[in-house]
Design a binder for this molecule. Sequence first.
Ligand SMILES: [Zn+2]
Length: 106
Amino acid sequence: MNAMVTHAPPRPPIDCRDAVRQLWDYLDGELDADRYADIAAHVEQCRSCGEHYAFARPFLAALGAPPASSPGAMRAPSTPSDATSQELRARVIAALQRDGFPTPPD
Ligand SMILES: [Zn+2]
């Protein structure tokens, strides 16, 4: 019996452009966990993106994490409100553009 050595083919690596583009998708809530993992892996290896994403991580975390509520506040939903998402997205875009990233496709 011929044992075939199979290994899961790695997903095609994404380049810096893909990483940036998919950040917008992520902010739009159109990115699934697998793709986000690809970005995370790229950022881990890419010094340039790592520096850029370093500031974005708190934003990304804020988008995915329940907001820190003040004492006595009503229980907040696990997903941020549309208004919160829009404001966060605007702030991330502004910060990215200051950092030299291209304007996201609209
Ligand atoms: Zn990169």
